[in-house]
Every structure is written in C-alpha cells, then in structure tokens.
Design a protein around this ligand. Structure first.
Ligand code: GLV
Ligand code: MN
Ligand code: MN
Length: 415
C-alpha cells in the first residue's frame, strides 16, 4: 500500500491556492494570467515528479509517466469559477501529483505508470469541460468557433493571448490509458450530514442550459402608462415565477434548476427595459427527466408569447452535458480502498455537479471519489474541507490507483 506524504500534499495545495488568491478564495478563470501561471507551476511539479510534462493547445497540463505498460490517468482541473474556492478542481490535480510521487517512492508500486492531468476550462468560462472535450475528441469546430466568454472575448483570442494557438492538442489513448480517476470535493452537504468521509460516485448529472430572450420596447419609466408598456423585465419575472411553479410538477427528487444569469438592457431605474436575457440551467441524472423539463420550458415560452406584448424566444445555449454512470470496476477499487481507510465512513452517491470524469467516460473507463465540503459550500470563497479529510481522500485514491494498476485480475478494467 503506497504511503502518501501528507505534509507535502497540503503544502502543494497551499501553494497552488496562492496563485490568484483573493481572501480565502481563488480567482483563476481559464486562460487568465493567474490560470496560466498555475498551469506552468503544475507542469514544473509534474516534471519534478519524473513525468514528461506538457501544456497542450487548449491549455490541458499533462504529465506523462515514463514507465512502461498501461497507465492510469489521474487528475481534475485547475481553473476556477469567477469567484471560486481553493479546492474545486485543485484538490484532484494535486492528489494526482501526490499519487505519482507516492507510487514512485514505494518499491512495491514503483513500476506502475500514472499519468497526471489538469484539464482546461471545466468551469465554463468558454465551454464547460472544454479541455476534457478536446481530450476525448468531442469538441466540434462549430462549438469551438462559437465559444465566447461573458465579456465577448472569443476562445480563439484567449488561446492567442495565452500563447497556445497552434500548439498540438493531446488526445486520450485507450491503448495506453487503462482508465481515469478524478477526486473532488463533494460541493454539497450529504457527506457531512451523514458523518461520512469518502463518497464513491455512482452517476454524474446531466445538464442543459437554455437562453431565453425577451424583446419588448424600451421607454420612459415615468410617462409610459402601465397598460401601454411592453416591459421585457416584467415578462421575465412572470416567466421565472412560472418556472418555479411548474418545474416541481415534472421534476424528479434530485432535479435542480437555476436562473443564475440575467441581462437587463439598459438596466437603469428610470427606463422600462426593452431587452432581457435569462439563462435557465437544469440538471438531473436521468436524460428523460431533462427532456421533460426542456419540453416544459418550451411550453412556458409559448404561453409567455401568447400574452402578446413581449416576444420571447428560447434556444439551447452552450453544449449540453450528458448524464453518465461511473465505471463499475474502477468504482469497486475505490470502494475497497475506502473501506480499508475509512471503515463504514464512506458511501456511494451521485454527483450533482458535473465533472471532467463524465466527459472522459466517453473514451476511457472513469470513476470519482469525493471528500466532504465544510457546510456543503462551494463555488464561493468560503469553500473548504478539513485537512484530515483531504489527507484521507488522497490515501484512498493512491491505494485504489495501485490496486487498479497492480491488478488483481478479477478487478482488471479489461481494456
Ligand atoms: C461544475 O463546476 C458545475 O457547475 O457542476
Ligand atoms: Mn470542479
Ligand atoms: Mn466547479
């Protein structure tokens, strides 16, 4: 059983946290100067750990093992939300680094090949899971050409500024990589509420984003009588209320929906708004439930149009993410390692957040491990996990990686 170095692991996480630190949180959106600094730092750490390190043409940092035989790919992402926490993504990337070192230092596991990766733009500045989509070959030229951030910067401009334009892009290679393991903070309250220390993920939710646009007539807020108004924001508020009233009728127990982005034009107190955009996102582990929610949103748009004063349109914005099941064999290895290190303090659970592992599972067997999030808070500067849980999670991951590669034939992934 490989022994991880807890002090080294925590010290590397603390160092990564300083790159883009703001208060207790981190601001390191994909391709920003801080994101690229973190990627160069990671590439150096991968190289110091004996890996052949590269940053590819979309910004994925890859550390390729020099050892012979099938490799296990381990990692996550190191970009953050616009105001992100210090562990979302970073945890899994630094775990990967520590797993490489720990297996390499133990004579019993030193021959095993572990590749480490930090995917680019998991957090959707341009396109959620951009780096892993590119890695598995599902990033279409149309998606890439249409990828623009909320400030209007195109992906092509961001690649140019980051010095990545024209660099080769890495591709998953099932003849080399036996599978992918991603560790992550839970980002929800379940582990903490149930006093568990490890979650072994069963499924990752699917997600759809709709953009709903309301077009009315901009006008004077003092002189335009209520009956004459074509107020795009009023139509938005009615629509949002209808979503919250109607969605529970077709949703499943764990379905969630969010109206997290609104653009009101011109967004001034004395102007009746003439144009509003709303992003409606919903998630569930069952594609049939997502289909039902999408059909309902379309019906609510028809009803909003029927009111007649404001024209309402709906389109899918950004590429949907499909719900995915994690690989049973890799899950079994994680479960055995979890039971060894945290007897009866681990649980199988679905993921409500999406993750690169879901995208990667299209090409490689993939599985995920969670550690608890303090207070269930994430995508916020307050995001945190107990140091004891951070160390335990890495022990479980290192042990599972060794058992997958060291190969009990009964548990071989068969690829
Ligand atoms: C990923 O960060 C998500 O929003 O689930
Ligand atoms: Mn994440
Ligand atoms: Mn995230």
């Amino acid at each position: 059983m490989p022994g991880i170095d807890a002090e080294r692991l925590l010290s590397d996480l603390d160092t990564l946290r300083t790159i883009g630190a703001q208060g207790r949180g981190v601001v390191r959106p994909a391709f920003s100067a801080k994101d690229m600094e973190a990627r160069r730092w990671l590439a150096e750490k991968f190289a110091d750990a004996g890996l052949e390190a590269t940053i590819d043409g979309v910004g994925n940092v890859y550390g390729r093992s020099r050892k012979a035989g099938k490799a296990l790919l381990v990692g996550s992402h190191s970009d953050t939300q616009p105001t992100g926490g210090w562990l979302d993504g970073a945890l899994g990337v630094v775990y990967a680094l520590e797993v490489v070192r720990a297996l390499g230092e133990d004579p019993a596991t030193a021959r095993l090949a572990v590749d480490a990766i930090s995917f680019q733009d998991e957090e959707s500045r341009f396109l959620g899971c951009l780096g892993s989509r590119s890695f598995v070959g599902t990033l279409s030229p149309e998606q890439e050409a249409g990828a623009v951030d909320s400030e209007g910067t195109t992906l092509a401009e961001a690649l140019e500024r980051a010095g990545l334009a024209g660099r080769p892009r890495l591709r998953a290679d099932p003849s080399r990589q036996a599978g992918f393991l991603e560790a992550h903070i839970e980002q929800g309250p379940h582990l903490e509420d149930e006093a568990k220390q490890i979650g072994v993920v069963t499924t990752i939710v699917g997600l759809r984003n709709l953009r709903i646009v309301f077009r009315g007539q901009q006008n004077h807020a003092g002189t335009t009588m209520m009956a004459r108004r074509r107020d795009a924001a009023a139509a938005l508020f009615d629509f949002a209320a209808a979503v919250n009233r109607e969605f529970p009728r077709v949703a499943a127990a764990r379905s969630v929906w969010t109206m997290g982005r609104v653009r009101v034009v011109p967004n001034a107190p004395s102007i009746v708004p003439g144009y509003v955009e709303l992003d409606l996102q919903f998630r569930d582990a069952d594609e049939a439930v997502l289909d039902r929610l999408e059909a309902l949103a379309a019906r609510l748009v028809v009803e909003a149009n029927a009111r007649g004063t404001v024209a309402v349109t709906l389109e899918r914005s950004r590429a949907p993410i499909a719900a995915t099941r994690m690989n049973e064999v890799l899950r079994k290895h994680l479960a055995i390692a979890a039971q060894r290190h945290a007897p009866e303090r681990w649980v199988e659970m679905p993921s409500g957040a999406f993750h690169d592992a879901g995208v990667v599972s299209a090409r490689l067997p993939a599985a995920m491990l969670f550690i608890p999030s303090v207070g269930g808070i994430s995508h916020d500067f307050a995001e945190d996990s107990r140091r004891e849980d951070i160390v335990l999670g890495c022990r479980v991951l290192a042990d599972a990686a060794a058992s997958i590669l060291g190969s009990d034939p009964k548990l071989s992934t068969g690829v």
